[in-house]
Write a protein that binds this ligand. Structure first.
Ligand SMILES: [Zn+2]
Length: 264
């Protein structure tokens, strides 16, 4: 049911006569998933069978076969079947150790991102985090928006990174060095969406204050906060410690999200 609620908005009010797979509205690209297409084909087959049985039973019992009756029965059956299928679909790949994840880099350019992906997986592995997929595809493409570095989604097993974005250019300038905080943050953020279905935390650009040695610094609230502001580089002399003291643990929800951190 988790997958069903998270990934799919199913319009309960669809009439049976107009029920077609195009009308199942998806809010992520799971529909592209071959396995899901297979489920839909199977589901369509079951739907037709149930419809045939329903008409037959009404005839045998000598009951009037009304559209209202059949619609109610169909809706209940369809909802139950679809929920079961999707719930089972979502469970198949759960609990994959990060070191067992198969990462498919779909071009030489995509391979440039390997250090970032490896770093995310290493930090997840250190903390005993289990992933929801056994494989993921990494693509590098062009986009229309230079402000967006990457996109991923729940359940889609795909990370797309844009090579005409400002952050990509900066990553390139730094020879894809993982110490570049903004690049690492954005990729860890997207991987967390797709590999463990994590939601955003904090509103776009929300920050936290970090106090140490009586000095206050501003930093982004969480790696799951939208936007790329105020994330320290891993070699930043003042704030780099935040990655190990807070960001990775917070990313995997080992510690709570904090708006203020005080370090002695
Ligand atoms: Zn996001």
């Amino acid at each position: 049911m988790y997958a069903f609620e998270k990934c799919i908005k199913f319009d309960y009010e669809l009439t049976i006569s107009s029920f077609k797979k195009e009308e199942i509205k998806m809010d992520c690209s799971a529909l592209k998933n071959v396995r899901f297409q297979a489920f839909l084909t199977f589901f369509n087959y079951i739907f037709k069978q149930v419809l045939t049985w329903s008409v037959y039973i009404h005839k045998v019992k000598g009951l009037p076969y009304t559209t209202t009756n059949s619609t109610r029965e169909m809706k209940t059956t369809i909802y139950t079947l679809l929920s079961l299928l999707l719930a089972s679909c979502s469970l198949i790949d759960f609990n994959v150790a990060p070191e067992d994840l198969e990462v498919r880099y779909n071009s030489d350019e995509a391979v440039l991102l390997k250090p970032y992906v490896d770093k995310y997986l290493e930090e997840a592995s250190k903390r005993g985090i289990l992933l929801h997929h056994k494989s993921i595809d990494v693509f590098v493409e062009e986009s229309n928006d230079p402000e967006v570095l990457a996109k991923a989604c729940f359940y889609c097993r795909k990370l797309t990174v844009y090579n005409n974005s400002k952050v990509w250019r900066e990553m390139q300038r730094r020879s894809f060095d993982i110490d570049y905080g903004v690049g690492l943050k954005l990729l860890a953020h997207e991987l967390n969406h797709t590999l463990i279905d994590a939601d955003h935390r904090g509103v776009k650009g929300e920050t936290m204050s970090v106090i140490f040695d009586d000095q206050s610094e501003v930093a982004i609230l969480s790696l799951m906060t939208q936007g790329d502001n105020d994330i320290p580089d891993l070699r930043n002399e003042t704030l780099s410690f935040l990655w190990n003291e807070y960001y990775w643990d917070e990313l995997f929800e080992i510690i709570p999200t904090n708006k203020q951190l005080i370090f002695e």
